[in-house]
Design a protein around this ligand. Structure first.
Ligand SMILES: NC(=O)c1ccc[n+]([C@@H]2O[C@H](COP(=O)([O-])OP(=O)(O)OC[C@H]3O[C@@H](n4cnc5c(N)ncnc54)[C@H](O)[C@@H]3O)[C@@H](O)[C@H]2O)c1
Ligand SMILES: O=C(O)[C@H](O)COP(=O)(O)O
Length: 388
């Protein structure tokens, strides 16, 4: 039986992808071959040597120690785009919440104690002026990060009649294809902030983005900016944000990532990390993550990994082994020479690389035994070998 250790609540539609005959899946499993999780902050000591793969049912992988995984040959997957629509819809709610007195108006109505319908109606009509807002149509939205979510948000905002300016220095070709040509391009973050009434963040939490919304960035913002953060808390410097709210530079901060210093500020609206919490997104992410794990564990194929190359080879009639190595010359030729010396015929092979690592799928005539696996593992620069 293959063992999968789960963390967090994973949709049963995804867990059903692991056939009961071949997989044992649960949150108490010891020595798993793979881990399937959502936002659980995974520590190195929670990744035993038995683990070959980790799937994040979601987009952000800042809760996984990627470098250590790569070093140990552990393939890390995420599920790009699987929850993008859910986040886009909540961004729409965020835009409306920051524009109209929706929550405040609801609180006002809820606090009314009047029993007479006519007087109640009078109070409603008298009170509403305190909660008037502005419309989105005609305003300018800045979208920082134009990947799966950002592109969806940008296109949606155009349909709402907003002007849209995007900033993404590392935009992928696929993301650029998804984006409407009506989205204007900002050369840098400061230029975007200077022109926008609303800014929404959709970048991953990486070194380059942590604290990118700091006092310097906010100083270039238009007075009265409404900032939406459905990306990660650490992308915004909260002290700088509180100072900008104090002087009205930022009129409203909507964030999916509560933190102590933000609690209780009436210009800040906090949600409990709800961006991807829809039935549909949870199912999409769990199904995609589980499918990727199954294909990797059973065939060695890799799709949507954040640390290993994309690779897929059709099964042949032979036996399969896979290995990962430092991306340096002569490793593959040494493994092939070793097979030749052992008189083992190769049926098919595929080799791909990504940055510093290479990964090979090799179909051979003979079932790989412990001696062969140890011999491949012994080739200099090979750091992970698996019979699949
Ligand atoms: N609130 C939630 O529940 C929720 C749900 C899904 C994703 N997220 C967060 O949103 C992030 C984005 O998700 P996605 O699915 O769109 O990911 P994605 O990988 O499709 O898109 C991220 C984009 O950010 C761009 N980018 C990277 N560095 C940048 C920088 N310095 N400046 C501007 N752009 C930069 C990348 O080029 C890419 O196009 C995730 O990493 C995650 O942290 C949050
Ligand atoms: O990065 C993501 O996909 C989101 O933050 C969703 O996280 P969750 O799966 O824990 O809701």
């Amino acid at each position: 039986m293959r063992k999968i250790r789960t963390y967090n609540q994973i949709s049963s539609r995804g867990l059903d992808r692991f056939s009961r005959d071949s997989y044992e899946v649960g949150s108490e499993i010891a020595q798993p071959e793979a881990i399937l999780l959502r936002s659980h902050k995974l520590t190195v000591d929670q990744i035993p040597d038995s683990v070959n793969a980790i799937a994040r049912a979601g987009a952000g992988v800042n809760n996984i120690p990627i470098d250590e995984c790569t070093h140990n040959g552990v393939v890390v997957f995420n599920t790009p785009g699987a929850n993008a629509n859910a986040v886009k819809e909540l961004v729409l709610a965020g835009l409306l919440l920051s524009s109209r007195g929706i929550c405040e108006g609801m609180q006002y109505v809820q606090a009314l104690t009047e029993n007479d319908p006519a007087i109640l109606n009078k109070e409603v009509e008298k009170g509403k002026k305190a909660y008037a807002g502005v419309e989105l149509t005609g305003k300018t939205l800045g979208v920082v990060g134009l990947g799966a979510i950002g592109a969806n948000v940008a296109n949606m905002a155009l349909e709402l009649g907003m002007e849209v300016i995007g900033y993404d220095p590392a935009i992928s070709v696929e993301a650029a294809w998804r984006l409407s040509s009506d989205v204007q391009r900002a050369e840098n973050l400061g230029a975007l902030l200077a022109k926008c009434d609303y800014v929404t963040l959709h970048v991953p939490a990486i070194e380059a983005t942590k604290g990118m919304i700091n006092s310097e960035a906010l100083s270039s913002a238009k007075q009265g900016l409404k900032l939406l953060n459905f990306a990660r808390g650490e992308i915004v410097d909260n002290d700088a944000m509180l100072a900008a709210l104090e002087v009205g530079k930022v009129a409203r901060y909507i964030s999916d990532f509560p933190s102590l210093e933000l609690l209780g500020n009436d210009k800040v609206s906090l949600l409990p990390h709800l961006g991807a919490s829809t039935v549909e997104a949870e199912e999409n992410c769990a199904i995609m993550g589980a499918n990727q794990l199954v294909d990797f564990l059973e065939n060695g194929n890799i799709k949507n990994s954040v640390n290993f190359p994309q690779i897929r080879m059709e099964r042949t009639h032979g036996y399969r082994l896979t290995f990962a190595n430092d991306n340096v010359p002569k490793v593959l030729s040494q493994v092939l020479a070793l097979l030749a010396d052992m008189n083992i015929n190769v049926i098919d092979l595929l080799n791909k690389s990504r940055n510093d690592i290479a990964y090979t799928i090799l179909d051979i005539e003979q079932q790989p035994d412990a001696q062969l696996l140890a011999a491949v593992a012994g080739v200099e620069h090979v750091f992970h070998v698996r019979a699949v």
